[in-house]
Design a protein around this ligand. Structure first.
Ligand code: SF4
Length: 478
């Protein structure tokens, strides 16, 4: 680390300590101090929003106060890792790497430590897959080291059930105190000892899957599972440890999860964030019947925005919030996914790849044909309510795969992009008029910003944009 960056890091860490001493009193002066230390070009929109929150004393202010009420043994270390190492210092490094290598450089890397799971949920393949596929400790350590070289300090575990490997994951946290590790988990392996480890390492945050009440959870996941999930949340809340919720919404559960009662339950349980994921019919056994209807999706769009206005919970909706991140974030633009076999995929839902981490470096993978096709093609639609090359622009993914020679990487249910398109195309056609109406709604508070958005998108399904891909020279030999 250059001396200037070390000095900047030390100064920013001091600011966190200053805030942590007395957040209520010191919050008002913090943005002026940050402005003196951090160039205006780093996260300008986020800084403006944060200043607004402080001034307004809104529900977001309550959320910030909840963060400063976390366990004092680990709170300031986590904030320093997440805010300073993971974002303020990381972003300029990522920008440099983007310019230098002329490819996407991710803010976060998702990876599957294992394909195995301790539960046998209906409709999930992980239990049947057993313990056959794992990224070793050395694999994960190498991915993190390579990611840090590019400026990436945020790692998110998916699976399988990542906590099947909790010993190794804690070792990784220890080895990389300048990185934050989030983990999607069924929570059933979180116990007192693991909570103690979370306090000790101070850089691990679980996102617990919760998609309904006791009856629906136990019917799908096995008797007693809901009680175990609640027990895990209680353990975390008693120790004032940070955690969030992840919720996959489908045609079957959308109406049940999009309720204020459900949000209040999460807040009561102690969650700080909730990430909603639109159901994706990925894998040959996953049918299109569970894709939410356009009415349900519009309801979720309005619901999440309303809850963000009122509740002290950081709520994100991965399919309806594209406008805050310029559309699709995959292909390394903001994130990528590495499965338990080491295949480097553009997105956790896009199971095609040209690169495997056992044979190629992370940078090679970022410069592989499919990733460069994402780089060149994003955004895939100028209406960010239709961001995805699979779900809302279903003709694009088959074209990307054909042009780049990417191979299927689904671990157990591989399918051709054409088969996937046949499942998503009807839903895309049904959603399009609703997405256009919402996007062009003059009464929407985002309308002016959308109208002036400098993002140079393309008309949907403008496949000519990808015709050159097969001829592009890729220097990495993949
Ligand atoms: S590929 Fe689709 S699901 Fe994945 S990040 Fe892009 S828009 Fe979202």
């Amino acid at each position: 680390m250059a001396l200037t960056q070390a000095a900047e890091r030390a100064a920013l860490n001091k600011l966190i300590d200053y805030l942590d001493e007395n957040p209520e009193e010191h919050l008002d002066s913090i943005m002026a101090l940050i402005d003196r230390l951090v160039p205006a070009s780093v996260f300008p929109a986020q800084r403006a929003a944060f200043s607004h929150v402080i001034k307004d004393r809104s529900n977001w202010y309550d959320l910030i106060m909840k963060v400063f009420d976390l366990n004092p043994e680990m709170r300031s270390r986590l904030l320093k890792t997440l805010i300073v190492d993971g974002n303020i210092l990381a972003w300029p490094e990522q920008e440099k790497a983007r310019e230098r290598y002329e490819c996407n450089i991710p803010w976060a890397i998702l990876l599957d430590p294992t394909s195995a799971c301790n539960l046998r949920c209906t409709g999930c393949w992980a239990a049947e897959y057993g313990h056959a596929l794992n990224l070793s400790y050395e694999d994960i350590d190498s991915i993190v080291r390579q990611g840090k070289e590019l400026g990436c300090h945020i790692y998110i575990y998916t699976g399988g059930e990542p906590l099947v490997r909790k010993g190794d994951l804690i070792r990784i946290c220890e080895a990389h105190p300048d990185c934050a590790f989030l983990c999607f988990t069924n929570a059933t392996l979180i116990d007192e000892a693991f909570c103690d480890e979370m306090i000790r390492v101070a850089n691990f945050v679980p996102a617990i899957s919760a998609e309904g009440n006791e009856a629906t959870t136990d019917a799908r996941r096995g008797e007693g599972t809901y009680a175990k999930i609640e027990r895990a949340m209680d353990l975390l809340r008693e120790r004032r440890l940070p955690f969030g919720i992840s919720c996959c919404w489908t045609r079957a559960n959308a109406d049940a999860v999009a309720t204020e009662e459900n949000i209040d339950w999460m807040i009561d349980k102690g969650a700080l964030f909730c990430w909603y994921f639109h159901y994706m019919p990925v894998g040959s056994a996953a049918g299109p019947e569970l894709i939410p209807t356009p009415e349900q999706r519009e309801k979720m769009y309005r619901f999440v925005r309303a809850m963000r206005e009122r509740k002290p919970l950081f709520t994100l909706d991965f399919q309806n919030d594209g406008e805050y991140v310029g559309g699709c974030i995959a292909g390394g633009r903001r994130y990528l996914h590495i499965n338990a076999a080491g295949d480097v995929e553009p997105c956790v839902f896009i199971h095609y790849s040209n690169a495997n981490i056992h044979e190629a470096s992370l940078l090679d993978a970022l410069r592989s044909p499919l990733f460069m096709a994402y780089h060149d093609g994003q955004p895939f639609n100028k209406n960010h309510l239709m961001p995805c090359p699979m779900l809302e622009n279903p003709d694009i993914l088959p074209e990307l795969v054909a042009q780049t020679g990417a191979r299927p990487t689904d671990l157990i249910e591989p399918e051709t992009p054409g088969q996937l398109r046949d499942k998503t195309a009807p839903a895309a056609r049904a959603w399009k008029p609703v997405a256009e109406r919402l996007w062009n709604d003059e009464n929407d508070p985002m309308h002016d910003k959308r109208a002036n958005d400098p993002t140079q998108g393309m008309a949907d399904s403008d496949l000519s944009k990808f015709q050159h891909l097969g001829h592009r020279g890729y220097q990495n030999g993949l």
